[in-house]
Design a protein around this ligand. Structure first.
Ligand code: ZN
Length: 228
């Protein structure tokens, strides 16, 4: 299959906005993709809506670990965990503030089909605030069993899949005791998604709208933009 590549715009690094309801969401859902993007020049904004001081420290450490060398801005908020639907206005305000101060090429956010109410609230608001970006919704395995049918796959080199696991354990020690926090869950899902895209491991996303442009049109569109 011909892969679509995430190419940086001319003259600037690729810019990514990663949004999570809770510390560790972004890394579980898109940690492998972030590790890959950070191998090239990367501008990243990392936003987490809930969390205690301890969990915020974990999120901060993880952002730097998963995006080493990136030009990174981190915004951590302490909205009430598990109750983001009731904080809808605050979530919207935070995302609107974020949109006013950055114009990312790519947004990584939870999925509107996610069974967790906090994830879903963010997912519902993202497209009302950001209307000119490629939005990829990541997936998070959970008790609710909401694993869906993704539309976009990011094959992960084996070394990256293992590095993701290593960093998840290292960056989020507070989560180690949870019965779902283990290598088999993370690597099992990555193996399944890998099988679905003919790779060993992969992360999977859903994308509800994307734009593809033949090279000739890209040139023509750029020239038309320059016209008075
Ligand atoms: Zn979460």
């Amino acid at each position: 299959m011909l892969p679509l590549s995430l190419k940086a715009p001319a003259g600037a690094p690729l810019s990514v906005l990663a949004i999570g309801a809770h510390p560790d969401d972004i890394e579980i859902g898109a940690g492998g993709l972030l590790l890959g993007l950070a191998e090239s020049e990367l501008q990243a904004r990392y936003v987490v809506l809930t969390g205690t001081a301890e969990r915020h420290q974990e999120a901060r450490n993880a952002a730097y670990a998963f995006m080493p060398g990136a030009d990174l801005a981190i915004d951590l908020y302490d909205l009430p965990e598990g109750r983001l639907p009731a904080a809808w206005g605050s979530v919207k305000e935070i995302l609107e503030d974020t949109a006013r101060s950055c114009a990312p090429d790519v947004i990584l956010a939870p999925s509107p089909d996610d069974a967790h109410q906090d994830h879903r609230t963010i997912a519902e608001i993202v497209p009302t605030v950001f209307r000119d970006q490629l939005c990829l919704a990541y997936e998070i395995p959970k008790w609710d069993g909401d694993i869906g049918r993704p539309s976009v796959y990011v094959p992960l080199p084996v070394s990256t899949a293992h590095r993701k696991l290593e960093l998840l354990h290292k960056c989020f020690p507070s989560q180690r005791g949870r019965d779902w926090w283990d290598d088999e869950v993370f690597l099992g899902l990555a193996r399944l998604r890998g099988m679905e895209c003919r790779a060993r491991y992969a992360e999977a996303f859903t994308c509800t709208k994307s734009v593809i442009v033949p090279a000739a049109f890209a040139r023509a569109n750029a020239q038309e933009k320059d016209l008075p």
